[in-house]
Design a protein around this ligand. Structure first.
Ligand SMILES: [Zn+2]
Length: 433
């Protein structure tokens, strides 16, 4: 029997952000329309039409949504789509659900703060939570004639790769994947067989990461030198995954100054500790947590900025959150240090800091006088690991997405054993097999 699959990329096509892939296929129970992830693109000005996947025809007729992990660029559009009529089951594991709930509430708060209005409201988030059907890792089941199974992606706690089976044809969606061992996770070690179509992330499709151990040592040494010179250290970090990784690294040394933790990372860390089985070493995270002091609000912050300290806080790209408040007290002192610990998207404050040495702090753009260092603790596989994974799987069809154009081009020109697609936004790709 001939199968026709239609893939529509509503985002994350030659870009990072707004992952939302629609698949139309006809299974044993008739035609089905599903979504793989439903993400939000966080742009500098949060222009509405840039944020959400708006080209989805009849969201009320979608049969199921599969979520790979909780990050907003994979889940942030769910309340918007619910507002537009989406009412189908949403499948993901319970940790992803809990973390997504925190992130969605926070995203709405930021949107209301910045734009004073949102197309959706809190009820849509509540409804999305009600629509979620918790799925366990490696549990095989089906919906609307589509078989599915979730595998460990090693990207953040609870993150998954998803295999779908429609009429015996197997589709692998990698989500965001990491094969490198970190303090928080083992890294993905999954083997996939007989994959016909692979939808692969390409974030680092054109570059490698530095050696993890030496990067960690350089990170701790740089902080130690700053502390010994009498400076304070500000570590902007993503609340989900990165802040915990940073705390775990910091807990390996004694710096002799307090380590503060601010922003949503506090709640996420608690959720991770309650879900210890999702971590490599739950006791190591507990030790790191007990070595840090959580900050409650602006009054605490006023005290913290008067002291020499290490402050780990959101947001990781310095585009909002408590980090702005800390940076105001931090940037003009040459002995202080700002340590960037993750991907800095085009147009974000952290990228501007790296490229131009300036920061936007509320309305003011300031010239930064403190030291700035960038470290690579990425939760994504580097180019070599992506190639190894693709080579081991050898899919008949490879679709490259979730990467900037040069990353996708590099992987596409390397892969000579599969039919390769590099979709643009809202492009439809038809596969017949
Ligand atoms: Zn992610």
């Amino acid at each position: 029997m001939e199968n026709r699959f239609l893939f529509k990329f509503h985002g994350a096509a030659k870009e990072v952000g707004r992952s939302c892939i629609e698949i139309c296929a006809t299974g044993p129970e008739g035609p089905a329309r599903i979504l793989l992830d439903a993400g939000l693109k966080i742009t500098e000005d949060r222009e509405f039409f840039d944020d959400y996947p708006t080209e989805i025809d009849r969201p009320d007729e979608i049969d199921a949504v599969f979520l790979s992990h909780a990050h907003l660029d994979h889940t942030g559009a769910l309340p918007f789509l619910n507002h537009m009529g989406l009412e189908c089951p949403i499948l993901c594991n319970s940790l992803t659900k809990e973390v997504a709930k925190l992130l969605l509430m926070d995203s709405l708060k930021i949107e209301l703060l910045e734009k004073h209005s949102s197309v959706y409201n809190k009820n849509n988030i509540t409804r999305v939570m009600d629509l979620i059907r918790p799925i366990s890792m490696y549990q095989k089941d089906h919906i609307k004639g589509i078989w599915y199974k979730f595998y460990d992606a090693g990207h953040i706690p609870g993150s998954t790769c998803i295999v779908l089976e429609i009429n015996g044809k197997r589709i692998l969606y990698t989500g965001d994947v990491n094969h490198i061992e970190t303090n928080l996770l083992h890294g993905s070690n999954e083997k996939f067989n007989n994959i016909d179509i692979m939808i692969c992330e390409s974030t680092y499709g054109d570059r490698e990461h530095p050696n993890r151990e030496s990067e960690e040592k350089r990170f701790l040494d740089t902080i130690q030198r700053t502390i010994e010179d009498g400076g304070s250290v500000l570590v902007p970090a993503f609340a989900v995954g990165r802040a915990q990784e940073v705390l775990m690294m910091l807990s390996k040394r004694h710096f002799g100054v307090p380590i503060y933790l601010d922003g949503m990372a506090k709640k996420v860390t608690k959720l991770y500790m309650q879900n210890g089985a999702s971590l490599k070493d739950a006791s190591a995270l507990e030790k790191a947590w007990s070595g840090a002091i959580p900050i409650g609000g602006w009054q605490d912050r006023k005290e913290v900025v008067k002291q020499q300290a290490i402050i780990v806080t959101t947001s990781g790209m310095m585009d909002g959150g408590p980090v702005i408040e800390y940076a105001r007290h931090h940037y003009f002192e040459t002995k202080n240090l700002i340590v960037l610990t993750g991907y800095q998207a085009e147009g974000c404050n952290g990228r501007m800091l790296l490229e131009e040495g300036t920061l936007k702090l509320n309305e003011d753009v300031v010239k930064v006088r403190c030291k700035v260092e960038k470290f690579d603790f990425s939760a994504h596989s580097g180019c070599a690991q992506l190639k190894t994974m693709i080579k081991n799987i050898k899919p008949k069809v490879l679709i490259l997405q979730h990467g900037e154009e040069k990353s996708i081009k590099n992987l596409a020109s390397w892969c000579d054993f599969s039919e390769v697609h590099t979709p643009d936004i809202d492009e439809e790709i038809e596969v017949i097999m």
